[in-house]
Ligand binder design. Structure first.
Ligand code: 1GP
Length: 250
């Protein structure tokens, strides 16, 4: 079974899936590996690994170490073409469809595709969409693009539908790491009723309740980074898992 099929199964069986983001610039290999184990124990569904920039040179080693001590799928969430590793299980093959910067729409993908193939990494075609979140996020700044306005669900709907028609498998609604405001439920709900591919929602989610309301609005997968990196608390991770796995609670 491919990682993508596994993700669909998780969504089907649990109501929604929970991913924890591990940024190689925010921890060393030991801390990342400890966090990965903690996530597995708590019932997280997969790890996303990546960051907007990559200051460190431990990308491969970090993923290798995580895979040696934890059986969760390790999915690369690349901030650039340097973030590709044969030790991961899959990679979100992102195209920043909310922007009009050709490098992020197709340029980087052309550079990365042959490398991904040679590493036998599973690419998961994903429409990446920035949503306005109260401050300029690193990813917005680096891509030199504007996010979709929070109060304009119609713009988000048209972008997501175009991505679906282009054959993309997932939509990633991104408020940005450390965002002041997470992606609004109104926007998620509008998309749920309009597109038929699953949505990943991330950026600025700080509590299990907030995560739950995104799931209730239609998010298929929730991503948290900062809140877990700062707390590294098994109890908090479990609380997120319980809030997001809506079907387990029936
Ligand atoms: C996922 O960028 C994120 O899309 C993670 O955001 O660090 O704010 O949770 P946080």
């Amino acid at each position: 079974m491919s990682i993508f099929q596994k993700l669909l199964q998780i969504k089907e069986e649990k109501g929604a899936g929970y991913f924890v983001l591990i940024d190689p610039d925010k921890q060393d290999i030991e801390e990342a590996t400890r966090l990965a184990r903690c996530c597995e124990e708590a019932g997280v569904d997969a790890l996303l690994i990546g960051g907007s920039l990559l200051f460190s040179h431990i990308f491969d080693e970090l993923i290798k170490s995580i895979k040696e001590s934890c059986s969760l799928p390790a999915i690369i969430f690349p901030g650039g073409t340097r973030q590709i590793s044969p030790f991961a299980d899959a990679i979100l093959f992102l195209s920043l469809v909310s922007g009009r910067n050709p490098t992020n729409l197709i340029g980087d993908q052309v550079v990365a595709a042959p490398v991904i193939k040679s590493m036998k990494l599973e690419p998961i075609s994903t429409a990446y969409m920035f949503v306005e979140s109260g401050n300029i996020t690193s990813a917005q700044f680096l891509s030199d693009t504007r996010p979709i306005p929070r109060e304009k669900p119609d713009i988000a709907m048209a972008h997501a539908l175009a991505a679906e028609y282009l054959g993309m498998k997932l939509v990633y609604l991104e408020a940005g790491s450390g965002a002041k405001y997470s992606v609004p439920e109104t926007l998620i709900r509008a998309l749920r009723n309009f597109i038929s591919i699953p949505m990943i929602v991330g950026g600025g989610i700080k509590t299990p309740e907030e995560a739950r309301s995104k799931v209730d609005a239609g998010a298929g997968f929730i991503v948290t980074g900062n809140i877990i990196e700062k707390n590294r608390d098994n109890g908090l991770i479990k609380a997120f898992v319980e809030a997001i796995h809506t079907k387990n609670q029936l």
